[in-house]
Design a binder for this molecule. Structure first.
Ligand code: ATP
Ligand code: MG
Ligand code: MG
Ligand code: MG
Length: 484
């Protein structure tokens, strides 16, 4: 089933059940705490928080999402994109647990001929928060599954909050067993409280149902919070990963191989002369290329331009990683003018601004590639000089100082330094380089603390700093919805 059809069926299913169909909001959240929209509920937040009255009691949407904290997983797991689409249904004080469970199960298991996704029931495992007997009972009633098929997971997986006092509630993640080639056998009774790492690609999480029912008075961590009492109005917020359901329904190994993403990999094969599937390290690069080309295009489409901080720096990092991955695959010519139109042709079927605004979008992307190519050129000369010096002195290791200078002054990623050194039969004092980086990071952190006094989930931006050198440090805070 192609992605367009999965999308259509989702909205039709919920529209038939009385939900207002709401178009995706921009990726740029209207929220000072968020760089980008990481989940479908974000545009509805004022309704959930009781700040505004919703115009309808129930709604459905397919929301564009970007999760920068997932960047390190891209291409390594089968299921994390920096860009993806989240299909959701929302109830504002209307139906609750039972309705949400029935609606989700029905769509997943209804035969394809009847408008559903036709997923094999024997592979589906609902999960609930440990001890949520109400949800267990409702799952058994809705599905006819025995209690032994319902997985109980701890609050890390199955309790949602925004990381601050306010609404919270238990979740039900719906998992799909992809079979023994994806991980070890498991016993439902002893799974949890945390999902074992080695099962995450086997028991693929496809949908999360959030039962917003509690008023939280304090949130100290994902597992440590105080419930003050019940919310006056109970809400439903769900998110189904479109790309993940597509990979299942299209019989693909991972989300980078689905119909709207894979053509970029195919184009990259053509440009590099390498085969996807021939080498595991190269395969990660192919997948990074496909993901990052798409996410950067979507971000530019919504108005982001490359820059040295905040949103602009995330975009810059995505574009540079795509270009660099292509170089590591052996293609040194300009790549974005070849790759991005392929992604546009696929995503443009849904987001027609990509077509109408293409002249601007492509110009922004291609100019950034050209600038990065200049950086690489300048750095390459410095690198060659450094490598020559080492050899002349009869050494075999490029010093940490030299690697750091390349990084710091020319924005030269360490991966590239390592790779180019290897080509010349040299090693790099990587350990030393890392400690210089750590020292610099400490300085940047101290600096940010003294500037802002803020804390937040800066992990993703620390990665940016690692790779591309210092930039103005912005300790953006992200909401817990990024990893609920
Ligand atoms: P995971 O545990 O696999 O990282 P999550 O628990 O962080 O997923 P949720 O926050 O519950 O994900 O988001 C709802 C749904 O959105 C998930 O069930 C999944 O189908 C989808 N999803 C989440 N993150 C991504 C991503 N990075 N790429 C693609 N789909 C995603
Ligand atoms: Mg999860
Ligand atoms: Mg989840
Ligand atoms: Mg996650």
């Amino acid at each position: 089933m192609d992605t367009a059809e999965i999308r259509r069926r989702f909205l039709a299913h919920f529209e038939a059940a009385g939900h207002a169909v709401v178009p995706s909001a921009s990726l740029l959240a209207d929220d000072p705490n968020l760089l980008f929209v990481p989940a479908g509920m974000v545009p509805f937040k004022p309704y959930f928080l009781g700040q505004e009255t919703p115009p309808w009691p129930r709604a459905t949407s397919i929301q564009k999402c970007v999760r920068t904290p997932d960047i390190e997983d891209v291409g390594k797991t089968t299921r994390h994109g920096t860009f993806f689409e989240m299909c959701g249904n929302f109830s504002f004080g209307d139906y609750f647990k039972e309705g949400a469970i029935e609606l989700a199960w029905n769509l997943l298991t209804k035969p394809v001929a009847d408008g559903g996704y036709g997923l094999d029931e024997s592979r589906l495992y609902p999960s609930v928060l440990v001890g949520d007997d109400e949800a267990i009972g409702l799952w058994m009633k809705a599905t006819g599954l025995p209690r032994e098929r319902i997985v109980q997971l701890g609050p890390k997986e199955n309790y949602w909050s925004m990381g601050v006092p306010g609404p919270g509630g238990p979740c039900s993640e719906i998992l799909y067993d992809r079979g023994p080639e994806w991980g070890p056998d498991f016993d439902v009774a002893t799974l949890g409280p945390d999902m074992p790492f080695e099962l995450e690609d086997r028991l693929l999480e496809i949908w999360n149902l959030v039962f917003m029912q509690d008023e939280l008075s304090a949130v100290r961590s994902k597992e440590d919070f105080d419930i003050a009492g019940p919310l006056p109005k109970k809400n439903i917020d769900t998110g189904m990963g479109l790309d993940r359901v597509a990979l299942l329904l299209q019989g693909k190994q991972n989300m980078y191989e689905i119909d709207v993403v894979y053509p970029v990999i195919a184009k990259a094969e053509e440009l590099t002369g390498k085969r996807y599937g021939a080498d595991p390290a190269d395969d990660v690069r192919f997948r990074v290329v496909a993901d990052h080309v798409r996410s950067s295009m979507m971000l530019i489409g919504d108005g982001v331009t490359p820059g040295n901080d905040g949103r602009g720096y995330v975009l810059r990092r995505l574009l540079r990683r795509a270009v660099r991955s292509m170089r590591l695959l052996g293609c040194e010519s300009r790549v974005l003018p070849e790759l991005m139109p392929v992604s546009r042709d696929k995503m443009g079927e849904t987001y027609d601004n990509l077509l109408s605004d293409w002249a601007r979008i492509s110009q922004v992307a291609y100019a950034e590639e050209d600038a990065f190519r200049k950086t690489l050129q300048a750095g390459t000369q410095i690198f060659d000089t450094a490598a020559g010096d080492v050899k002349e002195a009869g050494g075999s290791t490029l010093s940490a100082d030299r690697a750091f200078a390349l990084h710091d002054t020319f924005g030269f990623p360490i991966d590239l330094t390592l790779e180019m050194a290897a080509e010349q039969g040299l090693q790099v004092d990587e350990q030393g380089f890392r400690s210089l980086m750590a020292e610099q990071r400490e300085r940047a952190k101290a600096d940010a603390r003294s500037k802002k006094g803020a804390h937040g989930d800066t992990g993703a931006y620390r990665g940016v700093l690692d790779e591309f050198g210092p930039t103005e440090w912005l300790a953006y805070e992200t909401l817990e919805t990024e990893s609920r």
